[in-house]
Design a protein around this ligand. Structure first.
Ligand SMILES: NC(=O)C1=CN([C@@H]2O[C@H](COP(=O)(O)OP(=O)(O)OC[C@H]3O[C@@H](n4cnc5c(N)ncnc54)[C@H](OP(=O)(O)O)[C@@H]3O)[C@@H](O)[C@H]2O)[C@H](O)CC1
Ligand code: K
Length: 490
């Protein structure tokens, strides 16, 4: 798992890693440049030959110069635009400046005709994690101009102008793609910055996770290789009881569709037995839509002990708080709480400390706001999520791009799968079914949350390859099996 370190720790990280493995800071920069270039060649080989690199005075600018050299060696027509004098630039910038091959065109700002750059790929190497104030003067001027150009724009490490751990002030580079080194900076994961970041790619520069761990970050970025290890393995003698018996509670009135989505997704996630509590006419509809499920009446609420996990909320509608209170008091097992169950909790904070420890709450941003009040930005929301999880000893899954999972011990995990097409009705109900299913299969609440969120996102990515903007929640469910196949989970 990749630790997410604050920007101000990165210089320290570089220094101590270079010392540990006996390489120079320039060699580490070279690795970063090579990693960027190998990513670049996969997407841009033969597409476009002209590249303009805007290089600032620090090591981000130094990365830009090293990349200029490597791309020029690969046959691209590279130009660099410089801002500071050599002596006012970082040491490794100077080394890379001296290594620039003859064939690279050099411009000293403001002596550049932007007309030349307008048909090129623009690489932003103005500032990285060392930015310490809002853009001003010629940097502001150039970023404003570049932001008007229509060609492909790529940022190295972080779009220039974005601080690594706080909200942007003023102007920042609008990248189509950002290639961040080793781990994503926190700032790249928040919704307010999404228009600057574009598509995010993480470029490995060879610093092992275990080395990053020494820096004691409580935030991590979760990738496929982490998730693979969290899965339980079953064998040929496993029977449906081993895959868990779960109960889903919701689907009242006109919202039966929500609990059907949760039910079908729990089945597709591998649950052995899925029971659904529903009322009135909803029962028949559930039977018809998901014939593998068992539909239960009110009496089942007296038999909660026989279930390995509960998922409560999708399509539940307004219910008296006593329903939740009774459920909380009659089982100590962790459960998944979503949608209308969260709305009951928002109105009744007196229930918060009755929630069984280790339960998983899955609010989207609006539901989270109802629970904890308005936040002025996502950094504040993340802090509140962490506080809530610690205080009430629950897992708080805050849904959205890079869904975060806050834990009772103060850690925060960020998911790496999913895309914009998943913002569709019922997508959250699918997630509830998936997490409840994993919980019922005996995964601990953290692994159930991480695996649920990861496979939900991966299934969404797979479905959107053929459905794109037309994707609906059912398509995500249909792609859950492919997400297991892709990860070689049998
Ligand atoms: N492990 C890794 O991830 C590696 C990352 N690398 C790259 O290095 C940068 C960080 O480099 P650093 O030199 O620390 O910082 P910057 O390049 O971002 O620039 C800092 C310089 O800019 C000046 N500054 C700061 N803000 C402004 C501003 N708004 N306007 C003008 N100038 C500004 C600052 O100096 P001051 O004295 O003026 O404050 C600095 O001189 C990282 O992002 C990666 O790209 C390494 O290449 C390899 C390992
Ligand atoms: K940059």
């Amino acid at each position: 798992m990749l630790s997410i370190l604050p920007g101000k720790k990165i210089a320290e990280l570089d220094k101590s890693y270079a010392r540990e493995v006996g390489i120079s800071s320039w060699e580490l920069m070279e690795r970063a440049a090579e990693s960027f270039v190998s990513w670049f060649l996969k997407g841009f080989s033969g597409v476009q030959e002209k590249v303009f690199i805007f290089s600032g005075p620090g090591n981000n600018g130094g990365d830009g110069l090293a990349i200029a050299r490597l791309l020029s060696e690969k046959g691209f027509a590279v130009s660099v635009v410089l801002f500071s004098s050599k002596e006012n630039s970082s040491v490794d910038w100077q080394v890379n400046f001296d290594k620039l091959p003859e064939g690279i065109s050099r411009y000293q700002y403001p002596e550049i005709d932007f007309e030349l750059a307008s048909s090129a790929i623009i690489i932003d190497a103005l500032f990285g994690v060392g930015i310490n104030r809002a853009l001003g003067g010629e940097y502001l001027e150039v970023v404003n101009t570049l932001n008007q150009l229509s060609g492909k724009k790529i940022s190295i490490d972080i779009p220039s102008g974005l601080p690594s751990d706080s909200l942007v002030e003023g102007v920042a580079f609008l990248a189509d793609m950002t290639v961040s080194f080793q781990f994503p900076k926190l700032s790249l994961l928040i919704p307010e910055h999404s228009k600057y970041v574009g598509d995010l790619h993480i470029a490995d520069i060879g610093i092992p996770d275990s080395f990053l761990d020494q820096f004691g970050s409580n935030k991590s970025f979760v990738q496929a290789s982490d998730i693979q290890k969290m899965h339980k393995r079953f064998d040929n003698f496993s029977h449906k009881g081993d895959f868990g018996r779960i109960l889903l509670i919701g689907g009242r009135g006109g919202k039966v569709g929500a609990i059907i989505l949760s039910t079908c997704s729990a089945m597709r996630t591998g649950s052995g037995l899925v029971h659904v509590w529903a009322e009135g006419a909803s029962k028949d509809v559930i039977h018809i839509s998901c014939c593998e499920a068992m539909v239960e009446g009110e009496k089942i609420l007296d038999e909660l002990d026989k279930f390995d996990a509960l998922g409560i909320g999708p399509g539940l509608g307004e219910v008296p708080q006593d329903l939740l209170r009774n459920i909380f008091q009659s089982t100590g097992k962790p459960m998944v709480l979503d949608a209308d169950a969260l709305n009951v909790l928002s109105k009744h904070p007196e229930l918060w400390d009755l929630i069984p420890k280790g339960s998983i709450l899955t609010p989207h941003l609006k539901e989270f706001e109802r629970l904890t009040g308005k936040s002025s930005h996502h950094f504040e929301r993340l802090d509140k999520a962490s506080e809530y999880a610690v205080q009430h000893k629950v897992y708080l899954v805050l849904k959205g791009a890079f869904t975060s999972i806050s834990t009772p011990d103060g850690k925060q995990y960020f998911n790496s799968t999913g895309n914009k097409h998943m913002a569709t009705a019922g997508s959250g109900d699918v997630l509830t079914g998936m997490i409840t299913s994993f919980l019922g299969q005996g995964y601990d609440p953290l692994n159930a949350s991480l695996c649920g969120v990861f496979h939900h996102g991966l299934a969404g990515e797979i479905a959107s390859k053929t459905k794109a903007r037309g994707m609906i929640a059912t398509d995500i469910i249909e792609s859950i099996p492919s997400s297991f196949l892709e990860m070689q989970i049998d």
